[in-house]
Design a protein around this ligand. Structure first.
Ligand code: NIG
Ligand code: FE
Length: 404
């Protein structure tokens, strides 16, 4: 982008104002703007940024005077991706497991134990270095808001340090002490649930906004999950659930019952599960990187969308089931294999992720939102699916500043 300073200083403003002009297609995610679609598309558009927020969006020719002017050169601008599901506080490597899986072995929740052992053995500095490496990798690919969680410590000390490290780098932190029952409690899962809802919760709650449970065969059943999420809620943590990933089960119904912000995975759903989601404010977060990397059946996004469910799209970035930090890759998969339109996939990866985190200050580019945006080396957002695997994100702005 070329940048020049205009002669006209802005009027009454909160910070330095900058207009980004010559945007071929601007996705605002505000249906009251532009073409009136859910994406609120504006062609030949401009965005005015005031400090860290969006102050104005509209046609370039109508843009107000600002301190600075930046030319987008006919590229598309979209809201920064809101990746509402990742597991980035980890150590170690599961290349062998992936290699074996691609040679025919099935995925199971048990692989998590490998990462738990490596994570417990790592230093704080090693965990922080890994987290910041993947946060930076995600940012370069357009992700400006990223949730991450514990779940590879599974002791009071290891879970709380994971969350302390995460909280130093993102506001969206989730306590997942209930990822699996660790080997040291294999003989007494009830004692582990008591730990997760007791001493571990006390140590973790100060660092987290959310509480999550892997509700699945081989992890936690519906009653255990309800007890854990209810205890977290009593401590001010809001529920989200790993639900119906590997098998049909009670996770989605429980998520709706507890008004969880999101039910994540949603790969195996009954009609009752779809109905429950459609009549709730729980978002269905789809994670196609996991199905890709475990050679599993795709979640049926079309069925959810047609039923009126709010759908988010995220990476699930973790070393076991989905080692991608790329939201554009997930968009391409969702369009090709989950029957989402390019518009729906873009919405789900931005505004949908914001809904899954119950945020309205990110995931859109209209006045009042944070100025978090990605500039694509393409004339429209459709190219994210049309040109799969091509690094189209050419600039990222976060809080009104160039970040990548
Ligand atoms: O979301 N489903 C549970 N947790 C992760 C997998 C974690 C792992 O295999 O290490 C997921 O896919
Ligand atoms: Fe996950």
């Amino acid at each position: 982008m070329s940048s020049t300073t205009s002669a006209t200083p802005a009027g009454a403003t909160h910070g330095t104002t900058t207009v980004v002009t010559n945007i071929a297609t601007l996705v605002t995610n505000d249906p009251s703007l532009g073409d009136g679609s859910p994406l609120g598309l504006i062609h030949d558009a401009a965005v005015v940024i005031d400090g860290d927020r969006v102050a104005w969006t509209g046609e370039s020719s109508k843009a107000p005077a600002t301190d600075n002017r930046v030319d987008a050169g006919g590229r598309a601008v979209i809201p920064g991706f809101v990746d509402s599901h990742s597991h980035l506080v980890f150590a170690g490597d599961r290349t062998e497991e992936f290699n074996a899986r691609m040679s025919g072995r099935a995925y199971s929740a048990g692989g998590i134990r490998t990462t738990v052992a490596a994570t417990r053995a790592a230093t704080d500095a090693e965990l922080e270095a890994t987290l910041t490496r993947y946060l930076a990798e995600a940012l370069r690919q357009g992700t400006t808001t990223l949730e991450t969680k514990s779940g590879y410590g599974l002791t009071v000390e290891d879970e709380s340090r994971a969350l302390r490290i995460a909280a130093a780098h993102t506001d969206e932190v989730t306590y997942l002490g209930a990822h699996i029952v660790p080997p040291d409690h294999a003989e007494d899962p009830a004692a582990y649930v008591a730990l997760v809802t007791g001493e571990m919760l006390d140590a973790c709650a100060p660092y987290a906004r959310w509480i999550d449970v892997f509700c699945e065969k081989g992890a936690f059943d519906g009653d255990q999950a309800r007890a854990i999420l209810t205890a977290g809620r009593a401590r001010g943590l809001h529920p989200r659930v790993h639900a119906n990933q590997l098998t049909y089960g009670p996770g989605v119904q429980l998520a709706v019952e507890l008004d969880a912000a999101s039910a994540d995975h949603c790969t195996h759903l009954t009609d009752q599960d779809v109905d429950a989601l459609a009549n709730s404010s729980t978002v269905a977060t789809l994670l196609p990187g996991a199905e890709f990397s475990t050679r599993a059946e795709w979640p049926d996004a079309r069925r959810l969308l047609d039923a009126g469910v709010t759908v988010a799209l995220s990476t699930d970035c973790n070393p076991g089931s989905s080692f991608t930090s790329s939201v554009p890759f997930c968009i391409a998969l969702a369009v090709r294999d989950m029957r989402m339109t390019p518009d729906e996939a873009l919405w789900s990866a931005t505004a949908g992720g914001a809904r899954a985190l119950r945020r309205d200050d990110v995931g859109r580019l209209s006045p009042g939102a944070y100025a978090d945006l990605a500039v694509l080396d393409a004339p429209s957002h459709v190219h994210l699916a049309y040109r799969p695997g091509v690094p189209l994100v050419s600039e990222v702005w976060r809080r009104g500043r160039r970040a990548a």
